[in-house]
Design a protein around this ligand. Structure first.
Ligand code: FES
Length: 197
């Protein structure tokens, strides 16, 4: 049978001629033999760089994930209420009671004629003074302003007396305070600025 007769019946397996200088293809190998020799070897510095890059990427991903989670928990400041009860008048004796200073930033005070509530905010720059019972005065820790038991300034840079909060009796007889309604010294005799003792 001639060559032309064979070609008509089956595909020729003769390889195509290669251009000069072309790389010789590798012989196909089974999967278990492939791999390591196909990639060039890496130096320790390259491996270190690659590790560093992955760690960086993972950190960025973690930070973005944390931001996403934080989005669902907005930052909220839980302030105490501005209107609240401070118990019954009978709980307060003569003088200054500082038990609500840290919770509500007020002092409940009683003198011979009235019961009133002082807003514990220094009129200089807004710090919280402390009641110093031994000296019978309020003393501001920031710049040294001093106030007497009525909240009237007498030393330091405070420009005026401390304000008083609105106070009234609830139907059940408890003392109610509204910190958002305050009375400056000129209004201390107004209704709401005190209760008769
Ligand atoms: S803030 Fe109180 S003395 Fe300055």
């Amino acid at each position: 049978m001639s060559d032309s007769a064979q070609g008509a019946g089956q595909t020729s397996t003769k390889p195509m001629p290669r251009p000069p200088g072309a790389a010789t293809p590798r012989r196909p190998r089974p999967p278990r033999e492939r791999g390591t020799d196909l990639e060039p070897g890496r130096s320790p510095a390259q491996l270190k760089r690659r590790t560093f890059s992955w760690v960086g990427l993972a950190s960025v991903g973690a930070a973005l994930g944390a931001c996403g989670v934080r989005f669902f928990f907005p930052r909220t400041i839980f302030e105490p209420p501005t209107t609240f009860s401070v118990g019954y008048p009978s709980e307060y004796g003569f003088g200054v009671d500082s038990k609500w200073q840290s919770k509500y930033r007020i002092w409940v005070c009683r003198d011979a004629e009235k019961l009133y509530v002082i807003s514990a905010i220094c009129t200089h720059l807004g710090c919280t003074p402390d009641w110093v019972s031994a000296a019978n005065k309020f003393k501001c820790p920031c710049h040294g302003s001093g106030y007497d038991a009525a909240g009237v300034n007498f030393e330091g840079p405070a420009p005026r007396p401390m304000d008083r909060c609105k106070v009234w009796l609830a139907p059940d007889g408890q003392l109610m305070v509204d910190k958002l309604v305050v009375f400056r010294v000129d209004d201390w005799d107004q209704p709401g600025a005190f209760l008769s003792a």
